[in-house]
Write a protein that binds this ligand. Structure first.
Ligand SMILES: [Fe+2]
Ligand SMILES: [Fe+2]
Length: 390
């Protein structure tokens, strides 16, 4: 990882340093008194055993501890073993790390290269591995609560991608309880990278929670193709990453179960299982996670709204498992609100673009090319026709 970050270091909390076990990383301090001239000195070696008293001495003596960026994955993996620290605090650290890597891709500080992409994906994989360890005993409902407690970033795509990743892991575990670790990693990594193609779209468009113009909306709809193109153009080869699966999640997460999605209008089980899982994770996160933008739905109302999209936008079989693993609710009592099949969960929304249920009945008898509801903003919520992106 040194080639991406140079020989750099990141700061760690005293509370999140592993004690009474072999330390899987070196500990450093910054001994320089000059602001712009860092001088990192190792104060404790990898594989040594640190006890509580040693740590307390460090706490008295030093302001801050650091770890080599190239050892970040060892640090992340050790978090699960740290005692006396809340899961929320540990997941905040994992989230911060995932943001560091996503940030390398979304705002490359040097020219965007295959190397930058490969190393960032490798870092994302490490973050996903740590999430899997942390979420081992978590139900989908627990993940929802955890996500609600985390701090959020100004850039919508980061929070959203991390949340989707956590949901993908827990949905796959619920749907296929015997999934192998590698399968969970691929589902989680696909969730983390599903909107990769958005790096080619201007930030003011992807961060816009208001109404989008027809052209902007058409541009956003290209992000699955852009994401696939990025992986195809850059022959990234990261150990432990099955790029064929990641490509498919990136390319197929906006396909709808009934064939009305994009970019290929695939349907049913032709859509990769992890992309179908990602679509449910995407939808649930968009309508239940509190943002500065819109009020969110309760879990019950969210499931009822999603039930209306079951078999249309999302896979009904996975959705059934999803509902059962969250809580027992009576989905026969239908929501009085629904979202259009082209609702885009990857975009922030000022107002969730609900449409009246009457629309749904008419939609059954209407030409396939008609679509209802504007993807973003509250201005054109009720059935204004718009162009389909190719
Ligand atoms: Fe997306
Ligand atoms: Fe998304």
């Amino acid at each position: 990882m040194d080639s991406l970050f140079g020989k750099s270091y990141f700061s760690v909390s005293f509370d999140l340093v592993l004690i009474d076990k072999n330390l899987p990383y070196d500990l450093y301090i910054n001994s320089s008194s000059h602001v712009h001239r860092d001088k990192f000195v190792r104060i404790f070696p990898m594989n040594g055993r640190l006890n509580r008293q040693d740590l307390e001495e460090f706490r008295q003596k030093y302001h801050q501890l650091y770890i080599l960026e190239s050892q970040r994955d060892f640090y992340l993996r050790s978090l699960v073993e740290c005692e006396g620290v809340s899961d929320k605090d540990k997941v905040e650290v994992i989230k911060d790390s995932a943001i560091v890597y996503l940030n390398k891709v979304f705002t490359p500080d040097k020219e965007f290269t295959t190397e930058v992409l490969g190393e960032a994906i490798s870092g994302c994989r490490d973050s996903v591995e740590s999430m899997i360890d942390m979420l081992e005993d978590y139900s989908i409902q627990d993940v929802k609560k955890l996500i609600g407690s985390l701090s959020f970033h100004d850039f919508y795509t980061y929070d959203h991608s991390i949340n989707v990743s956590m949901y993908c892991i827990s949905i796959l575990k619920a749907f296929k309880p015997k999934s192998k670790r590698e399968e969970l990693i691929m589902a989680g990594l696909g969730g983390l990278l599903h909107d990769l193609g958005k790096i080619k779209i201007p930030t003011h468009i992807i961060n816009n929670p208001g109404s989008l113009s027809e052209e902007e909306f058409a541009e956003i709809k290209k992000h699955p193709d852009y994401g696939l193109g990025l992986l195809n153009e850059n022959h990234v080869d990261t150990p432990g990453v099955d790029f064929e699966i990641i490509r498919r999640i990136i390319h197929e997460h906006h396909e709808n179960y009934n064939g009305t999605g994009y970019p290929q209008k695939m349907n049913g089980k032709d859509i990769h299982l992890y992309a179908r899982i990602c679509a449910i994770a995407d939808f649930f996160d968009a309508i239940t996670t509190k943002r500065s933008y819109h009020e969110v739905l309760s879990v019950e109302e969210a499931l009822k709204v999603m039930a209306r999209a079951s078999g249309r936008k999302i896979d009904p079989e996975i959705f059934d498992v999803f509902v059962k693993s969250i809580k027992k609710i009576d989905l026969k009592e239908k929501s009085t609100q629904m979202l259009a099949d082209d609702f885009d969960p990857c975009q922030p929304h000022n107002v969730l673009p609900f449409q009246p249920i009457e629309r749904e009945r008419k939609a059954v008898n209407t030409e396939k090319d008609n679509n209802f509801g504007k993807v973003s903003g509250g201005d054109d919520l009720f059935g204004k026709k718009k162009k389909k992106a190719s």
